[in-house]
Design a protein around this ligand. Structure first.
Ligand SMILES: Cc1cc2nc3c(=O)[nH]c(=O)nc-3n(C[C@H](O)[C@H](O)[C@H](O)COP(=O)(O)OP(=O)(O)OC[C@H]3O[C@@H](n4cnc5c(N)ncnc54)[C@H](O)[C@@H]3O)c2cc1C
Length: 592
């Protein structure tokens, strides 16, 4: 991984205006620099490297993987798993489904995606030992195509990271935030990065760049500026908007691209979830709540939607409410169906103690009147709503919203009445999630400039591009991860070709990383730090240690032994050797 060499770049240095140009080779740090190590960046880096390019990944966090570490499934078309289940899925069926659900997706990208999903995504990932074993049915797919690799996307990311760790001429610079991107006269890009721990600035050069920095959903200012008019009552975004994406989804890649003249596209297409609950450990952030046993009510204490409708219908009903907030109301029996996710610290015990029995977060009372008072709702109205709903349940027909009964058009039973105390009311807020717009790219993933022409050597992939507009106006299931792989691979291939075109591609590069992630030098043995020392360090936030702090807070909470993960082979130090890096990867699944 850390082979040193020199990528000879033919630089045409011009001393005069039209004459006196001399050629001399200048070393660059890599053939291709990939900014961001999420699933799109990893796909781009692996692919460019397979094409012979020396690749450097620049990542602001101390861990790789991005959102995929928290995410779930992949939309895949015509897979062996579908075949085994006797399901016939074809690119044409998938094309029609995606065009209908998204309403205005980019048709060329949807076509490319459905046609290549099997070979470019499924089969390629299978080559790293990744197997898709679970298939879920979703309302937007006429054939089930939401695939899971044994649970979650972390099972895809870890084999990809393992593969990357083993590759020659593919290296990572971690804790390095790309802060500036500039093109010099010789057609070489200069990526300026800031070490997130020391603040030190450093430049890395390459003739081709892939921006794979993810979406902008943690940047509330950008989210609000671009809120879709459909969801902007009186022209404004909701007052309370929780953040439902990762710490580093700040949209920095958009700024980097713009500095190089990039156009943006579809910025107002954003997936905003309506079922966010403030994370008590991090109140700006939202946890994701569901309860199929609950009724949904508005600020007036009235039901307003068929709770069993598909997400698109419920979202649009909530988005037309005041402040776009609503409440889930359920009883003791319905408590069993309460589901919440979105943070590693959540488990059966903490859900009881920190969520359901936490009066700051969830209102709970023995009578409807007391519940209404606690939740700030009108008691008469709430009582009337529940009486009416319970009567519908007894009669087997929801006369107001056809959740069940003859008008529902479905044979689903009425479910349970809401009559067993204690009663619960949970106020839900809108929560940012995924970007469906970003840097404008062409069908080769090349970034499009203000003059509508592709910019030489500049590529982008994944959510930084809004996954190429494949979702149109409504996010589908698995249609972020899978297209991130596809756009990543295309960007990897074309950036490598572009570097070759520039006459620079060599199977080795001059890697002058200050702190190479992987070196062949063994680390001197270091004694293990104690948990008391860790607790001491956790008292104050340190810049660049976000993931270390979050993960080791869990270590302390769960009273894990340091040796559950660390050993003389990987002491309590950053992992630097290949061996240590692989040991570190073995620990991710303990939390993710
Ligand atoms: C909780 C959750 C669940 C989801 N579930 C699903 C699902 O089931 N199916 C699905 O298809 N999609 C899902 N998504 C969406 C999907 O996870 C993302 O769209 C996808 O992972 C995006 O990948 P990416 O590589 O483009 O970006 P990211 O994963 O965001 O990676 C970007 C990387 O770039 C780094 N970075 C950012 N800025 C800089 C900078 N300036 N310099 C250096 N590095 C930088 C970041 O730290 C990060 O590592 C989910 C999203 C969330 C939040």
């Amino acid at each position: 991984m850390s082979h040193r060499g020199h990528a000879a770049v033919l630089i045409v240095a011009c001393t005069g205006l039209l004459n006196a140009c001399t050629s001399s080779p200048t070393p660059t740090d890599a053939d291709v620099i990939v900014i961001g190590s999420g699933i799109a960046g990893l796909s781009a880096a692996l692919e460019a490297n397979s094409q012979g390019a020396g690749v450097l990944i620049i990542e602001t966090s101390s861990v790789a993987g991005g959102h995929a570490v928290k995410a779930g499934g992949f939309a895949l078309v015509g897979t062996p798993l579908q075949e085994r289940k006797g399901l016939k899925d074809t690119p044409n069926i998938a094309y029609d489904d995606m065009m209908a659900w998204g309403e205005d997706p980019d048709p060329d990208w949807v076509r490319l995606f459905v046609d290549n999903s099997r070979s470019e995504i499924h089969d390629w990932l299978a080559g790293f030992g990744i197997q898709f074993t679970i298939l879920l049915d979703t309302p937007e797919d006429t054939v089930p195509r939401f695939h899971f690799a044994g649970g979650a996307a972390v099972n895809v990311i870890i084999p990809m990271l393992r593969e990357a760790a083993h590759r020659d001429n593919l290296d990572f610079v971690m804790n390095a935030e790309a802060v500036n991107l500039a093109l010099n006269k010789a057609g070489i890009y200069n990526v300026q990065s800031r070490n997130t721990r020391t603040g030190a600035l450093r430049s890395y050069t390459a003739p081709a760049i892939v921006i794979a920095t993810g979406g902008f959903q943690s940047n509330l200012e950008l989210v609000r500026q671009n809120f879709h008019p459909r969801n902007s009552r009186h022209g404004t975004a909701p007052e309370h908007l929780l953040i439902g994406s990762g710490k580093y989804a700040a949209g920095t890649g958009i700024r980097l691209g713009q500095a190089s003249g990039a156009q943006l596209m579809r910025m107002d297409r954003q997936v905003t979830f309506i079922n966010g609950l403030p994370d008590p450990q991090d109140p700006e952030h939202g946890l994701h709540v569901e309860n199929p046993a609950a009724i949904r009510i508005n600020a007036k204490g009235k039901r307003f939607v068929n709770e069993s409708a598909h997400s698109k219908a419920i979202e649009s009903a909530v988005m037309s409410l005041d402040q776009r907030m609503h409440w889930l109301v359920f009883d003791d029996r319905g408590r069993k169906k309460f589901r919440i996710r979105g943070a590693v610290w959540l488990n059966r015990n903490t859900i009881a103690s920190e969520i359901l029995n936490n009066p700051d977060i969830v209102h709970k009372a023995d009578t409807i009147a007391a519940l209404a008072t606690a939740a700030g709702l009108n008691a008469d109205s709430l009582q009337a709503t529940l009486d009416r709903y319970n009567r519908f349940v007894a009669n087997g027909e929801d006369e107001d919203f056809a959740r069940f009964g003859p008008l529902s058009g479905q044979s689903q039973p009425a479910g349970k009445s809401v009559t067993s105390p204690p009663f619960y009311a949970v106020r839900l807020l809108p929560m940012t999630r995924k970007s469906m717009g970003g840097l404008a790219i062409d069908i080769n993933t090349q970034v499009i400039g203000q003059n509508n022409q592709p910019i030489d050597g500049l590529f982008a992939a994944g959510e930084a591009t809004g996954v190429a507009g494949i979702n149109g106006s409504h996010g589908g299931s698995g249609t972020f991860l899978a297209p991130s792989v596809l756009t990543g691979r295309i960007a990897g291939r074309n950036s490598a070709a572009s570097a070759r075109h520039a006459g620079t591609i060599t199977p080795a590069f001059n890697h002058t990383n200050e702190q190479p992630l992987i070196t062949t030098a063994a680390n001197p043995e270091v004694p293990l730090m104690t948990s008391a020392e860790v607790s001491g360090l956790l008292k104050h936030e340190r810049a660049g240690y976000w993931h270390w702090e979050r993960s080791h807070t869990i270590v302390i909470e769960r009273a894990l032994a340091c040796t559950d993960c660390h050993s003389p082979d990987w002491p309590t130090k950053p992992a630097t050797t290949l061996h240590q890096q692989l040991l570190k990867l073995e620990t991710c699944r303990q939390c993710h």
